[in-house]
Write a protein of this length. Sequence first.
Length: 189
Amino acid sequence: FSDSLLPTDRPAFSCADGSLALPKEGFTLPSKCWQWETDWYIETNIEGEPLEPEGWSYAIDFPMKFGTEKRWQSLVRRRRWLRYVCVNEWALVESIHGDFVAEPFIDISTGGYDMPGSQKDVLAVWAVTVIGRVIYRTGIDKFSPEGVSWVIVEVPVGWEVNQISCGPTGLVWTVAWDGSALVRTGINR
């Protein structure tokens, strides 16, 4: 026996093509909003065909097609481990101060999912605080629905915003306490 594997051998836990070692303990969730839904378990079928109870499939060599039956020329075997994840139903989004009572939100709007030049599955989230500040949430996508951080967006001096709306193309409108409207232009990714 030797310390090194043959050229086509795989690490004990790897990606489907064997090019990357992926130990079960090495998987981390994309953000704090995600949770494991199941423990690790072994897949019990391959392309719709049931496998033996331990989930092994067999082949002559790793690059070859695997089958459900062990034969005299079966020199390698593999099995697939699965684990499901899901997004929590609700994810707590941090306050801009760390204290939700210090400057609570009075309005929030999402949009930007059809913004020209933007990536798929990215959203724009805008909010207004009780003192009229306009803020934008960065880093929101399908893997991090709670986002990363808040950015304060300057509005004209004396403008007291109380409502905000963000459209699908990212156009943002605000309404002030006196009923006047302001639109933000030049928004891009």
